[in-house]
Design a binder for this molecule. Structure first.
Ligand code: NAD
Length: 731
């Protein structure tokens, strides 16, 4: 057997050790499924075996199903469906039902199985343990158990929806299933997900002891008279399901078929005998796999993201172990860049204009950690260790042995030039210098450098400690070593890098500006103000554009507009936008959330933000009945998607995976679409072009299909069809 070993001890207890060769994590794939079936048969049929303990030889128990394997299933489904829809559906169901059948054989067999969960167990791997008669888990703090399938458009199809809803109180169960929330050992035990938490050293012995002590080979739901925590027919049950449905609708606007299917699995499954319930789950799992949403989400949020997180865009130059960096500018961004770096053990020299400012930057880390300690998310020891990695100074000489310098000083070309020159004087020719500028072209800033090849953009998003994306910007002369260092650093701080070429706004902000611009258009047109944010959310955006604009600050939008006009002339900006933004900032001081007033009023908590009532007066409101909700949804999604397509056409984005991943991680572009280019592919190029033309006619030239879109529509191409091949050959 390739992936498992089985050893029988003197008491007849089989220890099954899952340890996939050549992989850092165990995952469920075709071979694992086959080998598991053989193991299950062996345990059932070998009279010398009294029971089995399953554990893993890796640090974690297992990460879940190998989603590329599921991706293959989805692909085969599409091919067969083209000829025979029923056959395709049956094929998908058979594939989905396979794991359920295997696991049910463990559970319904007559020999006890114990899962010795030695580390994190997620998705299908956690479902394997749920089918065992007992679960013993290590007390290692870093270990978690959970079912994250919902996050990539799937559902837990290895019995997870049925077993969790029969083990855990309804509210926590639904949260686990719908939000993919994972739990640490103590909480998992409290929730009834696992039976015991023991020190790692005792894990196997304790698991075996349970079998020696006569652990019953029966799941609770196979016992007569079993009652699930949620009685659907009780008043609480009725309330839970109807409120749950409402909440689901409120949060997902019906955009996620997997979420709806999870609810159905629980609702229908709890009314059925367990074996039938598993079949129902497999049916919904198969249906989920057949949806374009699952296909797009798995591709972008799992496959593409994993590839980028493995450094797919890294040039083939020597690996860097980033040990020490310099951060210049200890303000809002610099302080948190220092924090996320020190958190992974990188030494940071934090520089500002004076010692007080530099110390204030370090104090931010201290405050953040104090808050985390209060919430039991960190400890005094961790805080001390992290702070030890940050040295504050005003002296550039301290940068001499840094691998990488990141500047996050004021957004001012002159100041950035001085800082670059000062750094150059203090560092070796090999030192890589990165700017965190959000608007100034990297090639422009690189002019101040003694070595433009070593100059690159590393653009963080705020809040740096929460945002998982970092945009790396290549200047005209940036070389491979700078790119490799930037990618190695971003991966070291556990974020996802995308690499784009130099352009105004780079990639993410170009798309975000389109989103904001469209909301400004709508305001001026008199679209009823509450519809703007609400319909954007219904289209799948996590935050409405007016709320987003308030959060990033309207005076920042004003600065961007002014700079663009200064660089490109008056025609570069719609005069209605200039008027609107100037009116908000100059006439009313409504600069955004930081001032407590922007498009919304922000009264002190707990009061909720409310739209600024005067907006309605300023822009005569259309009758809501006359406004097409579909048009609003399309305007938001199409304007962003068109901009993403433009960046591909202009060569700003050279890898389509990055456009999709970047848009979802950077500003939450409707995740169910799999990103803006996946969205265009799903609509179909011809249909997208047609609808864009309609929108252009009614709402403005910015919707006019680009040359590339029209060309692809004509040829019947898709983005992943046309550019996907390039990625395969690059891999
Ligand atoms: P900030 O004003 O909070 O911080 C700037 C810091 O730089 C201040 O502490 C200031 O004292 C220091 N500084 C100024 N001149 C200096 C010098 N000569 N030497 C050393 N330190 C100096 O600004 P911020 O919001 O942190 O932005 C910093 C950079 O990051 C800007 O280029 C900005 O465009 C970019 N950025 C900001 C955001 C954001 O959301 N704020 C997001 C992405 C990128």
């Amino acid at each position: 057997m390739k992936n498992f070993t089985l050893d029988i001890d003197a008491d007849g207890i089989a220890l099954i050790n899952w340890d996939m060769p050549g992989k850092s994590m165990n995952v469920i794939d075709e071979v694992v499924l086959e080998e598991m079936d053989d193991l299950i048969k062996k345990v059932a049929c070998d009279e010398a075996i009294k029971g089995a303990v399953i554990t893993s030889g890796k640090k974690a128990f297992g990460a879940g199903a190998d989603l590329t394997f599921l991706q293959k299933m989805m692909g085969e489904y599409e091919t067969v469906k083209a000829k025979d829809e029923q056959k395709a559906a049956q094929m998908l169901f058979d594939g989905a039902y396979r794991l359920n059948q295997s696991l049910r054989t463990i559970e319904a067999g007559d020999k006890p199985w114990v899962a010795a969960i030695n580390g994190t167990a997620l998705g299908g791997c956690f479902e394997i343990t749920l089918a065992c008669h007992a679960r013993v888990m290590t007390d290692a703090e870093s270990a978690t158990v959970g079912l994250p399938e919902a996050k990539v458009g799937l559902l837990p199809g290895g019995g997870g929806t049925q077993r969790v809803s029969r083990l855990v109180n309804p509210q926590d169960a639904m949260q686990m299933l719908l939000q993919g929330k994972a739990h640490r050992p103590t909480k998992a035990k409290q929730l009834n997900l696992i039976h015991e938490v023991v020190p790692a050293a005792d894990l196997i012995e304790r698991s075996k002891q349970l079998i020696r002590d006569g652990l019953k080979a029966k799941a609770p739901w196979d016992e007569k008279g079993f009652k699930a925590p949620l009685n659907l027919w009780s008043p609480a049950g009725v309330q839970m399901m109807s409120a749950g449905n409402g909440l689901l609708r409120k949060e997902t606007y019906g955009n996620y078929p997997n979420a709806i299917n999870i609810m159905k699995c629980v609702y229908e499954g709890l009314q059925l005998p367990f074996d039938t319930a598993l079949k129902v789950e497999s049916r919904y799992f198969a249906h989920t796999l057949s949806t374009p949403e699952a296909k797009a989400m798995v591709r972008t949020l799992f496959v593409n993201m994993q590839e980028l997180n493995k450094g797919a865009r890294r040039p083939d130059v020597g690996a860097n172990k980033v040990k020490k960096i310099g951060v210049i500018g200890a303000g809002f961004m610099g302080a948190s860049i220092a924090y996320v770096s020190a958190k992974v053990g990188i030494d940071v020299v934090l520089i500002d204009r004076d010692q007080d400012a530099a110390d204030k930057g370090k104090a931010w880390s201290e405050d953040t950690l104090d808050k985390a300690i209060k919430r039991k998310r960190s400890t005094e020891e961790k805080k001390a260790a992290l702070l030890d990695h940050i040295t504050t100074t005003t002296d550039y000489a301290s940068l001499s042995d840094c691998d990488l310098i990141i500047e996050a000083v004021f957004e001012d070309k002159g100041i950035k030039k001085t800082v670059t020159e000062q750094t150059d004087a203090a560092t070796s020719d090999n030192c890589i210098f990165a700017s965190n500028t959000s608007t100034i072209p990297i090639s422009e800033l690189a002019k101040a450098s003694k070595n433009a090849e070593k100059f690159i953009g590393i653009h963080f998003f705020s809040p740096v400690d929460k945002m998982m994306l970092v945009e790396i910007i290549m200047g005209d002369q940036t070389g491979d070593e700078a790119l490799a260092m930037a990618i190695d650093y971003v991966l070291a701080i556990k974020k996802t890098p995308i690499v784009v070429n130099d352009t105004r706004g780079f990639y993410v902000n170009r798309c975000v500006m389109r989103y904001l611009n469209e909301s400004w258009n709508m305001l001026v047109e008199g679209i009823p103000v509450p519809m703007i944010d609400n319909v954007a959310k219904a289209a799948g955006m996590p935050v409405g554009p007016l709320t987003l604009n308030d959060a990033v600050a309207i005076d920042l939008s004003q600065k961007v507009i002014k700079q663009t006009i200064a660089d490109l002339g008056e025609d570069a900006i719609d005069p209605r936008h200039v008027k609107l933004v100037n009116m908000m900032v100059d006439d009313h001081g409504r600069i955004g959330k930081k001032a407590g007033k922007g498009f919304y009023d922000y009264p002190p908590k707990p009061a909720k933000a409310k739209l600024w009532p005067e907006l309605k007066e300023m822009f005569p409101q259309q009758d809501a009945e006359d406004v097409s909700v579909q048009d609003i949804k399309d305007r938001f999604l199409y304007t962003i998607a068109m901009e993403a397509a433009r960046t591909v056409e202009e060569g700003v984005v050279s890898d389509i995976r990055e456009a999709d991943v970047g848009a979802i991680l950077g500003f939450g572009f409707a995740p169910y679409t799999g990103g803006p280019l996946s969205f265009i592919d799903k609509v179909g190029l011809a249909a997208f072009e047609k609808r864009a033309k309609e929108l252009a006619k009614q709402y403005g030239d910015h919707f006019k299909p680009t040359k590339l879109i029209s060309e692809m529509a004509k040829k019947g191409e898709t983005f992943y069809g046309r550019f996907g091949e390039q990625l395969k050959s690059a891999a």
